[in-house]
Design a protein around this ligand. Structure first.
Ligand code: GLU
Length: 511
């Protein structure tokens, strides 16, 4: 029987989650859902130096906003709890010692100063220092020191680390679901630290492998930056005797700068005016802030749709996908090997597409807070109707106020250019006539008003554009807005007449 698919998203809480991380979470989620599997959230917080308060909450909130549901893990619980590595610290030492016992790892006592000196020495000789098979036998390790001394040093509280004993000159053969077959000679790799006595914590490599094993992870889907660690991870599985149940690996391509060269960074976003984080973030340490897609007015579904296509392609022309469609259509085979270039304009385009598809009641829910912030108290019906009339011209919910404010507030001033153009000649007189035509209408519905006013314009031989633009000046105060009957029917007869009277009373016609 096929094993149940179990994937994990395993972020480290070192700051706000980059959109590349959100994409990793998304691909894991799509894969899990498609296979009827489980999506696990594990927080990898064993690097106490890089821990940032608030980052874990940020991760949870981001996933929630995106609609990426967690089946097991931090915030949810599950059969392998706890899912926060700092709460699993008791687990790891045993595994590190097991590797020492089997000769796959060793104790190293070198002080930071001693390692620094070695690094400088190598640099002076024009080499990079690597802690590896060439030097380990000569350093302060259990490979060289007698067993009694190693024990004595540990007993008297000397600081130590456990390092992986990377084999010399062995080719590791690996498979990646995206990149295919990869092989690496172990002589190019160093002896990574697996465990540190100083904080009694494992490093990423050990904790990650142990937890993926214990949590029965079947597929590791993660960013390309982890590909260089893959040989070590393969060897760790072998060293533990777990190769048979080792997960399959898939390394996702980088998200690249809009210009193509290099990884997408916060600086690119700042420079070009787009966020690289899902939510707004304020650093608790420095107070520094970063923009977020949510606060910038993006709809989560649009954001997710855009991210899904950065690295995966459906093989068809289709661009708009609901989460259900993504779950059905996603495949690791169609994830590209090369980096995906981020396009800020495309992000906006996606949002606009989703904006245009919102129903009036969905629009109302999103628009009401903005209306309230402007001191406007209206029914959901009216908020949604106004937004619905103008949504085609909006890319963001935040665009709506500029596009619809005249539905709720009469013009306080008249745009100069528009006034100079239309508030002259016969137009004030014609507007006065139009006022009487409107005053006589009982049924102020869009269709009826249009029919009556147009009949009158035709009968009088006036120019439609001329009349409508003069009316627009009265109702909107500017040269923008939808069709005038959308406005008259929305604001109603009384308000329409009042706005016309305001213009007649307050603006002197141009020469
Ligand atoms: N904690 C690692 C990170 O922050 C996880 C890498 C992995 O998925 O193995 O990206």
């Amino acid at each position: 029987m096929e094993k149940t698919v179990r994937v994990r998203f395993a972020p480290s809480p070192t700051g706000p989650l980059h959109i590349g991380g959100v994409r990793t979470a998304l691909y894991n989620y799509l894969f899990a859902r498609q296979h009827g599997g489980k999506m696990i959230l594990r927080i990898e917080d064993t690097d106490s130096q890089r821990f940032v308060p608030g980052a874990e909450e940020y991760i949870l909130e981001s996933l929630k906003w995106c609609g990426i549901e967690i089946d097991e893990g931090v915030g949810v619980g599950g059969p392998h709890a706890p899912y926060r590595q700092s709460e699993r610290r008791e687990i790891y030492l045993k595994y590190a010692l097991q590797l020492v016992e089997a000769g796959w790892a060793y104790y190293a006592f070198d002080s930071a100063e001693a390692l620094d000196a070695l690094r400088k020495e190598a640099e002076a000789a024009g080499r990079a220092f690597a802690y590896n098979y060439e030097v380990r036998e000569r350093l302060e390790t259990s490979l060289r020191l007698p067993k009694e001394e190693v024990e004595a040093r540990i007993a008297r509280g000397d600081q130590w680390v456990i390092r992986f004993r990377m084999p010399e000159n062995e080719v590791v053969e690996m498979d990646d679901l995206i990149r295919g077959h990869v092989s690496v000679n172990t002589s190019t790799l160093d002896d990574k630290v697996l465990y540190k006595s100083a904080d009694r914590l494992p490093t990423y490599h050990l904790a990650n492998i142990v937890d993926d094993h214990l949590m029965e992870i079947t597929h590791v889907i993660r960013g390309e930056e982890w590909l260089p660690s893959l040989p070590l991870h393969y060897l760790l599985y072998r060293a533990f005797g777990w190769s048979g149940s080792q997960p399959a690996f898939a390394h996702l391509p980088l998200l690249l700068k809009p210009t193509g060269g290099g990884k997408l960074s916060k600086r690119d976003g700042d420079k070009m005016g787009f966020p690289v984080f899902p939510l707004f973030w304020r650093s608790p340490a420095t107070g520094e802030t970063a923009r977020g897609y949510r606060e910038d007015g993006y709809l989560p579904a649009a954001f997710i749709n855009m991210l899904a296509l950065l690295g995966w392609n459906p093989g068809t022309e289709q661009e708009l996908f609901t989460m259900e469609e993504l779950i059905a259509g996603f495949s690791l085979e169609r994830v590209s090997k090369s980096g995906a270039r981020f396009q800020p304009d495309k992000a906006k385009w996606f949002n606009a597409q989703y904006m245009h598809r919102l129903t009036d009641s969905e629009l109302a829910a999103l628009y009401q807070p903005i209306l309230r912030a402007h001191g406007i108290e209206v029914s959901d019906e009216r908020a949604g109707r106004a937004a619905g009339i103008m949504k085609e011209r909006a890319a963001f919910i935040t665009d709506l106020w500029d596009l619809t404010s005249f539905f709720f507030v009469a013009p306080a001033a008249y745009e100069e250019k528009q006034a100079r153009k239309y508030w002259k000649g016969d137009n004030p007189r014609i507007l006065r006539e139009l006022r009487e035509v409107l005053a006589a209408i009982d049924d102020f519905s869009l269709e009826h008003t249009e029919q009556v006013v147009h009949g009158w314009i035709e009968q009088q031989g006036y120019g439609v554009g001329q009349v409508m633009n003069t009316l627009r000046l009265a109702l909107v105060g500017a040269g923008k807005g939808p069709g005038m009957y959308d406005v008259t029917s929305f604001i109603g007869k009384e308000e329409t007449l009042r706005r016309i009277d305001n213009l007649l009373a307050n603006l002197t016609p141009a020469e």
